[in-house]
Design a protein around this ligand. Structure first.
Ligand SMILES: Nc1ncnc2c1ncn2[C@@H]1O[C@H](COP(=O)(O)OP(=O)(O)OP(=O)(O)O)[C@@H](O)[C@H]1O
Ligand SMILES: [Mg+2]
Length: 475
């Protein structure tokens, strides 16, 4: 075991269970210790810094509840997983309320144990990260405009930016909407020899083909109706600078072929002119589309594709680099604190997993909007669930109740959602209660509550309720 391997304590008065857990977990590069009673466990907790404690609930010498209670008081950052053969809905609810990370009914499979320990370690890392960032926000006055993130994925992007920035190479930045493609393109310019020259951003998605062409290449008087005088295009205006062509997938085939010529020798003809012009510009392209697929479908020129695919930088979506979520959230918190004259010190530990487990389909832009809204709403020292209802929507009815609708439509939608979620919750409790009260005998449970067995089973399936393995009467 290496010194920085996670340290885990197993507490169970049945030696066989301890042995079994040790066997399962020591394959994972974890350091594992054990105690046969709650009393011994508390002694060991005083002497070691455990990352995760797995404790049985019912033990002769000091039970799991007490271990959990004392541990949470002394080491709130230690993750506690409760295991027990006496599972019941109420004890599960109780240990979760007392701050347990999770609850694992016996018997469990090695895979289940490994999975829950892994999740606990991830959560613990996030909470520690939150602590560090909370400390930093207090002690760091200014913030940088750089690309934020510690994940290996964003670090790779940063290295790629650093390597290509000083060259004149054409770059293609691609990734989902809101991942930071424009920010990366600006960083390339800012780290190049052209940094004091102009950076021209052109949104190819919003301009018609004709307009885009005349904007890029310029035109001579009389080139088309309305061309009353000569006009310089962006390429000429950006001489010695960088031109960023955003949403390149929207360019039509005709403009693509003109751009292809321009990429090859930086020469172009303004519309209606016969005098070739030559400029020195660096080109950066961006897209959120799969250009290769467009090539296969015939809507993107293959030669153009290969000409811009010289140095592609793939920007991964936020959900693939969860480690970056908190540092970026704190970055925006600092920004909006400053902009809105607030002094919010961080995010409440209880919402960290909500932030990091959220899917963020709109990526960093969505995160930015959510934080901005939270900072506006927050009147306390820390941001809690109350200010993050947009995430709550995806989770529990309880959080949804705190949501503040902005329009009548919004209100109606939330009303429907709350009703739907509340019914789901009650339905699940209903089925679980019937099962636990009837020793997990489906036929008897269905009969007792007055449902047909098939309907009862359908509800079990809907809520993903599985019978305990090994035919035990109590899970
Ligand atoms: N790594 C990062 N660190 C800090 N802020 C970031 C980071 N990446 C993106 N941002 C911020 O997120 C927001 C969205 O980024 P950007 O506009 O560059 O995304 P995009 O990929 O161009 O989106 P779209 O495809 O919708 O145009 C911006 O406010 C940007 O400053
Ligand atoms: Mg963009």
């Amino acid at each position: 075991m290496a010194t920085d391997d996670p340290l885990i304590l197993i507490v169970d008065d049945e030696p066989a269970i301890c042995r079994n857990c040790i066997k399962i977990l020591s394959k994972m590069d974890y350091g594992v210790k054990y105690a046969f009673s709650g009393y011994d466990a508390l002694k060991m907790i005083g002497e070691n810094q455990f990352d995760v404690v797995i404790t049985d609930l019912k033990m002769a010498n000091l039970g799991g509840m007490e271990v959990l209670r004392q541990l949470k008081k002394a080491h709130p950052e230690t993750m506690v997983i409760v295991i027990t053969g006496y599972a019941s809905v109420s004890s599960a609810v109780e240990v979760m309320k007392m701050g347990a990370f999770d609850y694992l009914p016996k018997p469990f499979t090695p895979h289940e144990l490994r999975a829950v320990v892994h999740q606990a370690l991830v959560e613990r890392e996030m909470l520690l990260q939150n602590q560090r960032l909370r400390y930093k926000i207090k002690h760091q006055k200014s913030f940088s405009h750089q690309l934020i993130g510690d994940s290996p994925k964003i670090k790779k992007v940063i290295t790629m930016v650093q390597k290509v920035a000083p060259t004149d190479s054409t770059v293609l930045v691609y990734g989902e909407s809101g991942t930071g493609k424009e920010l990366i393109s600006r960083a390339i310019h800012a780290n190049s020899a052209r940094k004091d020259k102009v950076f021209f951003a052109v949104d190819c998605g919003t301009l018609s083909d004709k307009l885009l062409e005349s904007e890029l290449f310029g035109y001579n008087k009389g080139a088309f109706t309305g061309a009353h005088k000569n006009k310089d295009g962006i390429f000429k205006l950006a001489h010695n600078g960088t031109v960023f062509l955003d949403e390149i997938s929207n360019i039509d085939l005709n403009v693509q072929s003109k751009l292809l010529r321009f990429i090859e020798n930086r020469e172009f003809l303004p519309l209606g002119s016969t005098a070739i012009q030559k400029v020195d510009v660096r080109l950066i392209f961006a897209t959120n589309q799969d250009l290769k697929k467009m090539v296969d479908q015939g809507s993107f020129r293959e030669d153009f594709y290969y000409r811009i695919f010289v140095y592609p930088i793939m920007v991964p979506p936020l959900r693939k680099r969860k480690m970056d979520i908190l540092p970026i959230a704190y970055h925006f918190l600092r920004q909006f604190n400053q902009a809105l004259g607030k002094n919010i010190s961080g995010f409440d530990d209880n919402i960290i997993s909500k932030l990091t487990e959220h899917d963020w389909p709109g990526n960093i832009r969505q995160l930015r909007n959510v934080i901005e809204r939270a900072v506006i709403l927050c009147e306390k020292d820390q941001i809690t669930f109350q200010e993050l209802p947009l995430l709550g929507e995806m989770d529990d009815t309880g959080q949804l109740i705190d949501y503040i609708p902005s329009t009548n439509e919004d209100f109606k939608r939330v009303k429907k959602e709350i009703r739907h979620k509340a019914v789901l919750k009650v339905e699940k409790n209903f089925i679980m209660n019937a099962l636990t009260k009837n020793d997990w005998n489906v036929t008897r449970a269905a009969q007792k509550v007055g449902l047909q067995r098939s309907n009862f089973q359908a509800l079990m399936k809907k809520h993903n309720i599985k019978l305990p393995r090994y035919g035990q009467s109590n899970p």
